[in-house]
Design a protein around this ligand. Sequence first.
Ligand code: ATP
Ligand code: MG
Length: 340
Amino acid sequence: MRNIANAQLVVSDAINLIHGKNGSGKTTILEALYMIARGRSFRGARAAPVIKSGEKELHLFSEFHAGEITHKIGIRKTTSETEIRLDGQNIKRLSQVAAAIPLQIITPQTYQILDRGPEFRRKFIEWGVFHVEHLYSELLRRYLRALSQRNAALKTNQVMARAWDKELTELGEQINSRRVAYLNLLTTYFEEELIALLGDLQLQVNWKRGWQEDISFAEALEQSFQKDCEKRYTTYGPHRADLEFKVDNIPISQFASRGQQKLVITALSLAQMRVTIQQTGKKPVMLIDDLAAELDRDNRTIVFDRLREMGSQVFLTTTDADLLEGQADKMFHVEHGAVL
Ligand SMILES: Nc1ncnc2c1ncn2[C@@H]1O[C@H](COP(=O)(O)OP(=O)(O)OP(=O)(O)O)[C@@H](O)[C@H]1O
Ligand SMILES: [Mg+2]
């Protein structure tokens, strides 16, 4: 994978620190861990840049202990296909692996969740709902299929578009109520984490479900049918939902510093981990790329104390091995793609 020809890591179930110079291969190790849990890289969707130059494929193998259960996960990736084996079986859907390993990640790009399109924030929420409600991903898949059929009809045969409304509204209402239930669980923890990390920032968080507040989804579809026909797509619905973050009525991406934005996402991640633990008993794995970027010493301490309290397994990278002052349980030194 990338500059790492071959590496085997026996890791701690608590805090693992990966250190080394720029370009040594630290982020690549996190990328491998992420790929084991989610089947793809967090640095772009294409496989080709991840496979080591001159090689045709990459292989990953991991043993993952969840309580008494040990999962074995193997991945083989070429530029055109991905093969995943979970406990000796070939699997098609990645969600089977993802369900076994709840994994969170914080990178130097994480703050972008706040200033990019709503789909990034929806993804974040959806990841959380998925871990507490396994039926959710199936609901969402069915909803998106009905939505794309409706949108296709709006382009070709508008009368037919209405035939999808019943299915769309039933699934859409269910999706929304699961999201709302999840957000209710998340909010209490999120507020606690926010106070710890960003005490004086008066953050307003607004959930936008994707259609008007005072009417049902069916009514929203009814009212907007003419508009949908003109625009040739479905204007309202859970596919347009967003979680809005504002300070003094200004979008947070235009108000808060980059470090503050990163802390908001860190608080959200920690809250999400706490909900997962509370609801499923599974302990999420946390990946933190370049810990020193933006988080000052006090905030690093808060984040660490919290991760220790949760008993979470953590992998973090840094160019500065002294950063944690002996707090790591296991250290890995990376040099030109070799893990020492
Ligand atoms: N497909 C590839 N084949 C071979 N080498 C690659 C490939 N893709 C990237 N590299 C190299 O792999 C190295 C590892 O990069 P990585 O991002 O893991 O470094 P890092 O230790 O996280 O650095 P930094 O401290 O700058 O974040 C880089 O030197 C890069 O040039
Ligand atoms: Mg890096």
